[in-house]
Design a protein around this ligand. Structure first.
Ligand SMILES: *[C@@H]1O[C@H](CO)[C@@H](O)[C@H](O)[C@H]1NC(C)=O
Ligand SMILES: *[C@@H]1O[C@H](CO)[C@@H](O)[C@H](O)[C@H]1NC(C)=O
Ligand SMILES: *[C@@H]1O[C@H](CO)[C@@H](O)[C@H](O)[C@H]1NC(C)=O
Ligand SMILES: *[C@@H]1O[C@H](CO)[C@@H](O)[C@H](O)[C@H]1NC(C)=O
Ligand SMILES: *[C@@H]1O[C@H](CO)[C@@H](O)[C@H](O)[C@H]1NC(C)=O
Length: 404
């Protein structure tokens, strides 16, 4: 670790002298005085995880390299730029001027040229005897990003802040879902707003607050899915999450201070994550002996997925049966104003909200996102004429009768 400033110095100097240095720093730790620039990355000791700036929405870059919006993310080294955690979830950096540093109070700060600095760990509990500085931030092989204070011998002290306390759309082995009664902090996983926008979206996964040993997914604060109670090493209504996998340990822990669910790996060479997607499905990905497997809570059978149904459950209404669904169709609608219900660029509506609004409106027969990054909705109503071609994707109502 003593070498990390030296590595940064080497990189900075070769940039200024030759302008062509492309080597990345190979360190897991950032110390006071170090800078992680847009092109630098931290790598965990065993090279399991990597952290750096990336663009989750490549359409913005126009193929012109790293332009905004940039996020500071953590990803599996083997799955580049597919992030399991994002530091600046709601404040993308508009260009590649972002620089991560850690200051003498242990604050992780991203500064950039076009706005205020972003503090990542603003809620790090202030401790009385944190004087003397010497804070470091380290990316561990678990994927956890931890802030610690090192003593005069360079030995790190206890963890003062960790990214694992703030899961994003993924649950990793060692993360918790539940609540800390002592601090009032809840550990939940929240879906992205859209495939391209990491900001919090419509779905949230957490532990049942009534005390039952079960997991719940909320959709905009209404219960959308439940795992059923944990019994005998499995979830009653979601056995797929534990089925046939003896490489994991699952646990529900309840003490006076905290109550949580967590899972861990028996074999550390396995890569695993639970992924809560933008339509509320949990998928457990496992890379074991060079083979990916996945198990998912999707409400769709595989033949429905094959016909590209939107696998989102809605409740029956006076005009919809639970088994009705929307399927993806490529084409366009002939423009007839009275059947086009509009271009509703409500910034808070994501894809799943458009689904819900169209579902609840008996005259609606199709919808699509209003923008290519999944913000806002467009709707069409009965009478609109659909013309198949290769134009664009629409979610088109398929009543369950005609599906038989
Ligand atoms: C944590 O969850 C509980 C139960 O749902 C809720 O009452 C409480 O407000 C939450 N706390 C925070 C800080 O969100
Ligand atoms: C739990 O699993 C064991 C072994 O598979 C089985 O014998 C037992 O009946 C199960 N108990 C319940 C309550 O399902
Ligand atoms: C862990 O898994 C790897 C393959 O992914 C295997 O080679 C190794 O033997 C396993 N270790 C144990 C202790 O099971
Ligand atoms: C999926 O659909 C394609 C074409 O419609 C078909 O050829 C294929 O067999 C289907 N796969 C499954 C698993 O049903
Ligand atoms: C349903 O859509 C129609 C247009 O087709 C619109 O006039 C009406 O306001 C919508 N109803 C609701 C409840 O949103």
């Amino acid at each position: 670790m003593a070498s990390s400033s030296a590595i940064f110095l080497v990189i900075i100097s070769c940039l200024f002298t030759s302008g062509s240095c492309v080597s990345y720093s190979e360190t897991d730790t950032l110390k006071q005085g170090d800078q992680l620039q847009d092109w630098d990355q931290l790598v965990s000791v065993g090279r399991v995880f990597r952290m750096g700036f990336f663009n989750p929405n490549p359409t913005y870059s126009n193929g012109l390299g790293p332009s905004g919006p940039r996020h500071l993310g953590i990803w599996f080294d083997r799955i580049p730029y597919y992030s399991v955690w994002v530091a600046n979830r709601v404040d993308p950096i508009p260009d590649s001027s972002g620089v991560l540093t850690i200051d003498e109070h242990g604050k992780l700060k991203i500064t950039h040229q076009r706005g205020q600095p972003i503090i990542i760990n603003s809620d790090m509990a202030p401790k009385n005897n944190l004087s003397g500085g010497n804070f470091t931030v380290t990316l561990l092989d678990s994927g956890n990003l931890v802030v610690r204070q090192v003593d005069s011998n360079g030995i790190p002290g206890p963890i003062l802040w960790q990214s694992f306390d703030y899961p994003h759309n993924m649950l990793l082995p060692g993360m918790k879902l539940g609540m800390n009664m002592k601090t009032g902090h809840n550990w939940t996983v929240t879906s992205w707003f859209s495939e391209k926008i990491p900001a919090p979206g419509a779905f949230r996964l957490g532990l049942d607050p009534t005390g039952a040993n079960q997991l719940l997914v909320w959709r905009r604060d209404e219960i959308y899915w439940s795992s059923g109670e944990w019994q005998n090493g499995s979830f009653k209504s979601a056995p797929e999450l534990t089925k046939g996998i003896d490489i994991y340990d699952f646990e529900f822990v309840s003490t006076a201070n905290e109550k949580y669910f967590s899972y861990s790996l028996k074999n550390k060479t396995v890569l695993s994550r639970w992924d809560l997607d933008t339509i509320g499905t949990i998928t457990l990905f496992t890379l074991y002996q060079n083979t990916w497997t996945f198990q998912s809570t999707s409400p769709c059978s595989s033949d429905l997925k094959n016909m590209t149904a939107v696998c989102l459950s809605e409740k029956a209404t006076k005009c919809r049966k639970e088994s009705d669904m929307f399927v993806r169709k490529r084409g366009y609608f002939e423009y007839v104003y009275k059947f086009y219900d509009g271009y509703v660029y409500e910034a808070e509506l994501g894809f799943s909200d458009c689904h819900s609004k169209c579902w609840k409106n008996c005259t609606c027969i199709a919808y699509q996102s209003a923008s290519s990054d999944g913000v806002g909705c467009k709707y069409w109503s009965k009478g609109s004429k659909f013309v198949p071609n290769d134009n664009s994707d629409f979610m088109y109502l398929l009543p369950s009768k005609s599906n038989k």
